[in-house]
Design a protein around this ligand. Structure first.
Ligand SMILES: [Cu+2]
Length: 374
């Protein structure tokens, strides 16, 4: 039985995505040209959090985990989120139902703001600055509840404080379900939006004796460099190149002071970023060969939905779409492989064309595309 350790790691300055295969995303523009003009410490890059797998260093997204069906594995989670710069940049609202490690929200009745309750007490209006809670959920995984990363099973660094549902930090993953693309991410009550935004997410590929990941697999799936997982997330950045999460839902004042200082001072119902990142890179490019690819794309954004489509950009620059490219064939979803490949076709108002395929938040599509005619 194999296993791995994952520590929610602290403040890696982030410039590069993790690389699993040789076919990787790469930035169209040199990232260093942006950061080098910033004052220290921001010239080191964007501060993010990441999972540190088996001590190989924290990355956003995490290094991809691959497991085999019916071979159990163990995940041992710990929390190293101490003295983080990011905590002061992403404000945690204490007037919503959340993990509340220091009992500030509960102790001050912060979850009943006006007009439902009296004016909030002063401690409710401060962004949380205490020890950071985290817990990890493996999304779409069939697992016993004590290993599921319940939102109230969070723990702070050193396990000093724990949520009411905490039982263990050693999760037994049986891997009995059909092979599919899974992903793990922070699941802490009331702050998933911020902790995943910070970078706490990664792929978990469940394979079997057909979907082996090797080129000689019996169902002729593209493998090796032709198998690529893409984590798609929208972000906002401030003028120092750092992650920005607006406090205000006022369209005229999106990045200004909180719109509801006396209610939920640091909370907005939805987030839409203006920069799309893939595997931790802004607007990246993936170089491909003229052959079939298997692309596992995951929408790990907070709220945004995507319509995926291939365009032929051979004679068009990145700022406009070229002619429609080859079709995307969907071969799998969160539940595993489809019985037959499906070409997401016309008849859905969300689809821009018969070649397009929508992908909702938290969902993954396993797709086969053939850019052979590009
Ligand atoms: Cu999830």
């Amino acid at each position: 039985m194999g296993g791995f350790q994952a520590s929610a790691g602290n403040d890696a300055t982030h410039r590069r995505p993790r690389r699993r295969a040789a076919a990787v995303t790469k930035g169209r523009w040199a990232v260093t040209s942006i950061y080098s003009k910033l004052p220290a410490p921001y010239n080191a890059g964007t501060y993010v959090w990441g999972y540190n797998l088996n001590g190989a260093g924290a990355t956003w997204p995490a290094r991809t985990i691959e497991s085999r069906r019916n071979i159990a594995t163990t995940a041992i989670y710990s929390n190293s989120l101490v003295n983080t710069k990011l905590q002061s940049l992403l404000t945690v609202d204490q007037s919503i139902h959340w993990a509340d490690p220091l009992n500030i929200t509960h102790g001050n009745n912060c979850i009943n703001p006006p007009p439902f309750g009296p004016p909030l007490a002063a401690p409710c209006l401060q962004p949380y600055a205490g020890p950071i809670p985290t817990v990890t959920h493996l999304h779409g995984f069939e697992v016993l509840s004590q290993y599921d990363g319940h939102p109230d099973a969070w723990f702070t660094p050193g396990f000093a404080l724990k949520g009411a549902a905490y039982l263990t930090n050693t999760y037994n993953y049986q891997n009995t379900q059909e092979p599919t693309t899974l992903w793990f991410h922070d699941h802490t009550l009331g702050i998933v939006r911020l902790n995943v935004y910070s970078g706490l997410a990664g792929f978990y590929l469940l394979r079997d004796n057909r979907d082996t990941g090797y080129a000689n697999n019996s169902i002729t799936l593209p493998a090796g460099d032709q198998e690529v997982e893409l984590m798609i997330q929208d972000r906002q950045f401030d003028t120092k190149g750092q992650l920005y999460f607006p406090d205000s839902d006022n369209p005229a004042n999106l990045n200004g002071p909180p719109a509801n200082p006396n209610k939920h001072p640091y909370w907005i119902p939805e987030f839409f970023g203006d920069v799309i990142t893939v595997n931790g890179k802004s607007w990246p490019v993936l170089d491909v060969e003229p052959r079939r690819y298997r692309i596992r794309w995951l929408n790990a954004s907070n709220a945004r939905m995507y319509i995926m489509q291939m365009f032929n950009q051979a004679s068009v620059d990145m700022h406009q779409n070229g002619p429609a490219g080859p079709a995307i064939w969907q071969i799998g979803s969160d539940g595993g492989f489809l019985d037959n490949p499906v070409k997401p076709g016309a008849g859905d108002r969300l689809r821009a064309s018969p070649e397009a395929s929508p992908c909702a938040r938290g969902h993954h599509h396993d797709a086969a595309v053939s850019p052979a005619n590009l």
